[in-house]
Write a protein that binds this ligand. Structure first.
Ligand SMILES: Cc1cc2nc3c(=O)[nH]c(=O)nc-3n(C[C@H](O)[C@H](O)[C@H](O)COP(=O)(O)OP(=O)(O)OC[C@H]3O[C@@H](n4cnc5c(N)ncnc54)[C@H](O)[C@@H]3O)c2cc1C
Length: 403
């Protein structure tokens, strides 16, 4: 056996690493191994996101997302402070640009208060301009605690601390199969087999494939949604002071294209949400036959397509047409022009889709036969990573010491 760990975590993204750290620090006698297919940690969603530490205003009070986001944001800020990871509590403004958005803006205000957020403030059009002089809207909400961070740096710090606590991170080890061996699981990897008493599947965009390797029938599929960004040119970065978001469409689990200040400098606009034709494909032309075939074979995909085709066409149009993307942004900053933006990066979200065509909104975990599957941890899972890790470890804690 290449490695024999009591607990193996598949996936060295922010959720897998936070989970490894939680186990290594809470149960120092337990051997932890994190198995990652790439040559470095945080290679996918964790390093291709907006870098926002969400406060928890969007999520339905009582949902896992709401609770773990609020707890996680607080824990993450304390973690960054303690370990010297740079962050900025720059605050955010959510802006309504039409009367039809006002009921949803008010609902967000109620949710934020319901989730215990401090200092929320309803803004008039004039007050919006006091915070963001170039932003135009009819009403807004100021969320003072929303912050920014570089999640790659956070994940690298989690990895460093796992190693300091005696855990192991196996890089360039792709998991290719799982089989039961007595009460243990043998994890086949490209670097040799690993045996573990408990397995935690944190494989992000591939988590459903890992579930299928274990023969778990979860009746869901990961759908990849690419999010593309534009960067502000240097001379226009004064247009935005902090974070500026539209009022999100409640039919869709994404937040709408927004303006994001980066902790390392610069301002981004985006991301949109386009169905990606490759799970880890970061360009418009990325394409993988297996990914498309599996999507087409999943009934839930066609049900989702029937519900959201209109929205999808709009997103594709904005993806291919910079003018259309800029028009969407001009609702918030009317003076913005195409010349103010240059193409930026992209990320791909892992969004779970149910058999009946619903995009699963809340965080979702399934624990069965020695394997815990992290089935759906979209945004704000980077924010919530430490709280998600605590939640996962609470679920498996009673089995950690079984012989
Ligand atoms: C465009 C975009 C913007 C976002 N903005 C924010 C934000 O501002 N704030 C926020 O809180 N969240 C945000 N998110 C969400 C957040 O980034 C993700 O929820 C979070 O990173 C998920 O972490 P993860 O560890 O589950 O996944 P990942 O980071 O994708 O990690 C999964 C890991 O598993 C590995 N893996 C997969 N298959 C295998 C295998 N077979 N063998 C071994 N390893 C494997 C992968 O290589 C990868 O490293 C955003 C996401 C995107 C894409």
């Amino acid at each position: 056996m290449a490695y024999d760990g009591q607990i193996a975590i598949i996936g060295g993204g922010i959720v897998g690493l936070a989970t490894g750290l939680e186990i290594a620090s809470r149960f120092p006698e337990v051997r932890v191994v994190v198995i990652e297919k790439e040559p470095f940690v945080a290679a996918h969603q964790t390093s291709h996101n907006s870098g926002v530490i969400h406060s928890g205003i969007y999520y339905k009070p009582g949902s896992l997302k709401a609770r773990l986001c609020v707890e996680g944001a607080d824990a993450l800020l304390r973690f960054c402070q303690k370990h010297g990871v740079p962050f900025d509590i720059c605050g955010k403004v959510i802006v309504a640009t039409s009367d039809s958005e006002l009921p949803r803006l008010e609902e967000l205000f109620r949710r934020g208060n319901g989730n215990g957020l401090k200092g929320l403030q309803m803004l008039t059009a004039e007050q919006i301009r006091e915070f963001e002089p170039h932003v135009s809207g009819i009403r807004g909400i100021r969320v003072p605690g929303t912050s920014i961070v570089d999640y790659r740096k956070v994940a690298e710090k989690y990895a460093e601390l796992i190693a300091c606590n005696g855990g192991t991170i196996l890089l360039s080890h792709e998991v290719t199969g799982l089989r039961r061996f007595g009460s243990n699981t043998i994890i086949e990897t490209t670097g040799g087999p690993v045996e573990a008493r408990l397995v935690i599947n944190c494989a992000g965009l591939h988590s459903d494939r890992i579930s299928r390797m274990s023969k778990a029938r979860l009746d869901l599929m990961i759908v990849p949604f690419r999010g593309e960004y534009y960067d502000f040119v240097a001379s226009k970065q004064h247009y935005v002071n902090g974070l500026v978001y539209p009022v999100p469409d409640p039919q869709f689990p994404f937040l709408g294209v927004h303006f994001t200040k980066r902790v390392g400098g610069g301002i981004e606009a985006g991301p949109n949400a386009v169905l990606a034709l490759k799970r880890e494909g970061y360009s418009k032309k990325s394409f993988q036959a297996r990914d498309i075939f599996e999507l087409a074979m999943f009934h839930g995909f066609w049900r989702m397509a029937a519900k959201h085709w209109r929205m999808s066409i709009g997103e594709y149009h904005r993806s291919w047409s910079k003018a259309a993307f800029v028009r969407a942004l001009q609702r918030l900053i009317p003076e913005l022009t195409s010349d103010d933006l240059k193409p930026g990066g992209a990320g791909v979200r892992a969004q779970a889709l149910s058999l009946n065509g619903d995009l699963i909104d809340d965080f979702h975990f399934v624990y069965t036969r020695g394997i815990l599957h992290v089935c759906n941890v979209p945004s704000p899972a980077a924010t919530a990573s430490l709280a998600i890790a605590r939640h996962i470890v609470d679920m498996v804690a009673q089995d950690l010491h079984k012989k």
